[in-house]
Ligand binder design. Structure first.
Ligand SMILES: Nc1ncnc2c1ncn2[C@@H]1O[C@H](COP(=O)(O)OP(=O)(O)OP(=O)(O)O)[C@@H](O)[C@H]1O
Ligand code: SF4
Ligand SMILES: [Mg+2]
Length: 327
């Protein structure tokens, strides 16, 4: 599979009134053409900052971005998004790479019809007239599984359900025929049945259009459902990466293993083990394994520093124990 995106040693330092917050401390990840990749980790580990970096959304006056974000454009050229000027970013943002956010209600204006908002987005990408844009909008709604699309186009966002609105946002993101779709917690605000439907929709669109998807989530069930590969993040770093099956069935990092134990499943609804403790201070330095203060398998060696170990050609983890956690 050809590489579409390759992030190398990404760091994001946020310049705040309290000092420099090190939201991302050195993330490397890659996505192939048409691949569905998950980033999973608990709140505050740097998932959104990583996804926003791919769209070059940080304010340069308040954030320092280090490392490189190499993206292969439609024309076959490789650009480093971390180094592009705003004008060059505009050629990629919302066109070759689109984003769907957690809460669709914040992405849409409540006082403008869905149709008008979709048309405006379509007209921004395509050299066509409004009636044609309306036809395109109806087709896009149909492709994301919305029934009676022409009628829905006349609705205000408040007249649609949360699941329908998320479908509208996905349809809008698809209007530029992106090669990479970034989804930041796209299903968190939805009930479990609708969550499953939206995930299936993303999978279907990815396959039909050979579109890569980077999905940010807290949720390992979503990873198992649609991802080809997954990166587990902790404290602004990658703790583990592998195929969805490798990481969920045979975790090699103690943090991944603990996260997996904390997910409810049909068999262990009442026996959840929460991960005690919290992430390291985002303003502080980290030496050794960042998970050591919370890790029940920690030993002296973990404090000296841990490097990525290969467990298979696709499976890597930065943990001394390498899956042998001793119960
Ligand atoms: N603008 C900012 N200024 C200061 N700190 C920030 C800023 N944005 C993010 N951070 C910090 O950087 C860290 C990573 O933030 P990020 O939003 O990427 O987390 P996340 O993994 O997406 O969490 P969640 O699952 O809650 O959305 C957090 O500690 C957060 O508080
Ligand atoms: S390296 Fe050590 S502290 Fe870190 S997760 Fe593995 S066992 Fe725990
Ligand atoms: Mg987030």
């Amino acid at each position: 599979m050809d590489k579409l995106l390759e992030i190398k040693d990404l760091s994001v330092r946020l310049l705040t009134a309290y000092g420099v917050a090190r939201g991302v401390r050195g993330v490397s990840l890659e996505i192939g053409e048409g691949e569905i990749v998950g980033i999973v980790g608990e709140s505050g580990c740097g998932k959104t900052l990583t996804a926003k970096s791919v769209l070059g959304l940080h304010n340069p006056e308040r954030a320092e971005v280090g490392g490189s974000i190499l993206f292969r454009t439609k024309s076959g050229e490789t650009v480093d998004i971390a180094k592009l000027k705003q004008k060059e970013l505009q050629k990629i943002r919302g066109k070759e790479i689109s984003m769907v956010l957690q809460d669709s209600s914040t992405a849409l204006s409540p006082i403008i019809t869905v149709g008008r908002q979709m048309e405006d987005v379509i007209l921004a990408h395509r050299d066509i007239k409004r009636p044609e844009a309306r036809e395109t909008a109806a087709g896009l709604l149909e492709s994301v599984g919305i029934s009676e699309p022409r009628m829905r186009l006349k609705c205000l966002p408040g007249e649609l359900s949360g699941g329908q609105l998320q479908r509208v946002c996905i349809a809008m993101a698809m209007s530029s025929e992106p090669r990479l779709l970034l989804c930041d917690e796209p299903t968190t605000a939805l009930d479990s049945v609708t969550q499953a439907q939206i995930l299936e929709l993303l999978k279907k669109l990815s396959k039909e259009r050979n579109m890569a998807v980077l999905i940010v989530t807290h949720n390992f069930s979503a990873v198992k459902r649609i991802c080809d590969r997954v990166y587990v993040m902790y404290a602004g770093l990658i703790a583990e990466s592998g195929t969805a099956e490798e990481v969920t069935k045979s975790p090699k990092h103690r943090y991944t293993a603990d996260l997996l134990k904390s997910i409810p499943t049909a068999e262990k609804k009442d026996r959840l083990e929460s991960v005690a403790g919290s992430l390291p201070d985002v303003y502080g330095d980290i030496s050794g394994c960042p998970y050591a203060p919370r890790c029940k398998s920690a030993c002296e060696g973990c404090l000296k520093g841990v490097s990525m170990t290969e467990f298979s050609p696709t499976h890597f983890a930065a943990c001394i124990k390498g899956g042998d956690f001793g119960g």
